[in-house]
Design a protein around this ligand. Structure first.
Ligand code: AFP
Length: 313
């Protein structure tokens, strides 16, 4: 006889059960859960926009809001009534906004839909979240207590860390986030690399570093989406993503608060590293919410090699 539904549910570990077993404190686990639920609504929005691509009109005949702004609205509205969030900062907003009574414990940073320009080509995109206890500005390493990202691809997956390892969940057909990999651990060295920016805009030191990776046989894996590119390194257990300082933009392209620090938090929890070329990404002082930074993130061998080679005169 096949397995009954009770046997099945006995074996699966869903997100809430996992966080409870891992000892994540109650308000933080409720907040992470609510954000994971928002991922389902954002995914529904992406599907709605895909229907448009397929020539189907929005059922109400209204103008559709840009997907990234719509995702931001969904997230903000959900967090506003969560009871756990006093401030919200998003790539879509000019400034940090108060959304609670002021008594709540957490500040949430969000890139609600990173890689939205890839939607029309049907590539994976994602949501990136940082959860902080104190002010997100001026402080470094100690402000972030958890981070997560959701990948909208052929499957919807989520990786979270609340400082007790990094864990992957897959959204199943029943709408539950089910544990697929606990305690992701990177190897010392990987075999793929994702170098952002145009070669002609790279600095000489960065160019030498990439030449070195090519000569060591690293395979190119660059999708143009930060979330799937980082996800690939975590799931394949090693490799390097970089978006470096460019000749015309010494701070690179990616945002420290919304994109880089949450991913650095998760990467470190998986035994990897993340630097701006020299300093750990999590130690870089955030002076304004739109601050950019170069990044080298991935398994230890490659990140240390970057640090060494960029340091040379
Ligand atoms: P969009 O959100 O505008 O698609 O940008 C995506 C992104 O911020 C990040 O997800 C990618 O890693 C990076 O830009 C890709 O940049 P390039 O297009 O310069 O390679």
């Amino acid at each position: 006889m096949g397995e009954g539904i009770c046997d099945y549910t006995k074996h699966i570990i869903d997100l809430r059960r996992h966080m409870w077993m891992a000892g994540v404190e109650v308000e933080l686990r409720r907040l992470i859960w609510q954000i994971a639920v928002v991922g389902k609504y954002i995914s529904a929005k992406i599907h709605e926009s895909n229907r448009k691509l397929a020539g189907l009109k929005n059922v109400y005949g209204e103008d559709q809001m840009a997907l990234d702004r719509a995702s931001d609205e969904i997230l903000k509205n959900q967090l506003q009534f969560s009871g756990f969030v006093r401030q919200y900062a998003s790539e879509e907003l000019e400034d940090i906004i108060d959304i609670g009574t002021g008594q709540e414990k957490y500040i949430v940073t969000a890139d609600p839909l990173d890689g939205s320009s890839l939607v029309d080509s049907n590539l994976s995109i994602g949501t990136i979240i940082g959860i902080h206890k104190n002010s997100v500005l001026d402080c470094g390493r100690n402000t972030m207590v958890a981070a997560l990202y959701i990948t909208y691809g052929p499957l919807i997956t989520m990786i979270y860390s609340a400082g007790k390892g990094a864990h992957e969940f897959v959204l199943n057909r029943e709408g539950e986030y089910v544990l697929s990999e606990e305690n992701i651990k990177l190897k010392e060295k990987g075999s793929i690399f994702s170098p952002g920016g145009l070669r002609r805009d790279w600095t000489d030191k960065h160019l030498k570093f990439i030449d070195q990776m090519e000569s060591e046989g690293y395979k190119l894996r660059y999708s143009g989406g930060f979330v799937p590119d980082i996800n690939q390194i975590l799931i394949k257990k090693g490799g390097l993503f970089t978006y470096p300082a460019l000749k015309k933009s010494p701070q690179g392209k990616l945002r420290l608060l919304f994109e880089l620090q949450p991913m650095a938090f998760i990467m470190e929890q998986a035994g990897g590293m993340a630097i701006d070329g020299n300093q750990d990404i999590l130690s870089v002082k955030v002076e304004n919410i739109n601050q950019l930074s170069p990044i080298y993130i991935g398994s230890p061998y490659e990140v240390q090699m970057a640090r060494r080679m960029l340091d040379q005169c």
